[in-house]
Design a protein around this ligand. Sequence first.
Ligand code: SAH
Length: 348
Amino acid sequence: MSVLQDIRNTDAEELKDFFDKIGEPSFRFLQLQEWIWERSAESFEEMTNLPLALRQKLSEHFEFRKAEVHKEQHSSDGTVKNAVRLFDGLVVESVLIPTESRSTACVSSQVGCSLDCHFCATARLKRMRNLSPDEIYDQVVLIDRQSRLKFNRPLSNIVFMGMGEPLLNYSNVLKAIERITSEEHGLGMAAKRITLSTVGVSKMIRKLADDRVRFNLAISLHSAINERRSSIMSINDASPLEELMDSLQYWYLITRRRITFEYVVWKGFNDDEQSIKALVAYCKKVPSKVNLIEYNAIGDARFQQADVEVLELYRQELSHAGISSFIRHSRGRDIDAACGQLANKSTQ
Ligand code: SAH
């Protein structure tokens, strides 16, 4: 028996050839594209304006490898965590984060993660595989539906802050973003409403700039002192702070988009004056702002959220240097849906 091909992972050119070969006119191909991408169809049966014979032929060659919500968990603050089951049974997590005026989707780019950031729960899962463009796109579609249903409004923002390192699945993440932003065959969302968060893979940040992307970039920094950063994030050995900064300056030169640094302050790790000074000096080198993220405990006693007074010190010193900073309170912590807590706990 021949294996069916995933229709949404088939090139437009290949599909056009298929239509030619079976003698279907090109407008039928356009109808199919509309069903797949604008209407997020999940089967050929629902494509009621295509002739039955064509639908049958399509289903003999192709299938829909749709991702499905396998489990939904609701936080007392309105956050919804979805365990999304992929066609091969693997599971990733995607989160809907509502505020008064916005609905943000936090999506995953890989199953598990190959990096070893000591403070992150996803790092404890082995990296199983990259997500395909459609598996990323599906998470967005699912959460968009959820937002319309629960809050009566479409998604307003997307952050690539779920499981995995998006820059280690570069081409699939970019293809998914193309779909998400495409007016013609996609969701038509503005690129400026999308933020990609990375540990900071310098080579790939340069590539993003060269590819002239129009979304925002966030860097998980956590320390602007090489030795300390390396002690909790091994990526810093491969891509140390100086090299990271070179790539960020290059990014800014080309995209003119300000960078966001994500930064958690831990007791006894970076709650000292030297760390604050190093961060201020680092931020001054490139147009940037800082999000001071609340730490979400993952059961490792080495990491403890610093006192709020220290956060205020950070804010003051950054502000004196003309750098904006924001304290980001955790969302969805009661259901392990907050930053760094995604570890497929509910499905294990
Ligand atoms: N791999 C990407 C995206 C996933 S992590 C990255 O590293 O940016 C998304 C954000 O959550 C990052 O800023 C990360 O540093 C932060 N994070 C990870 N674990 C955390 C935790 N336990 N508490 C708070 N933030 C955490």
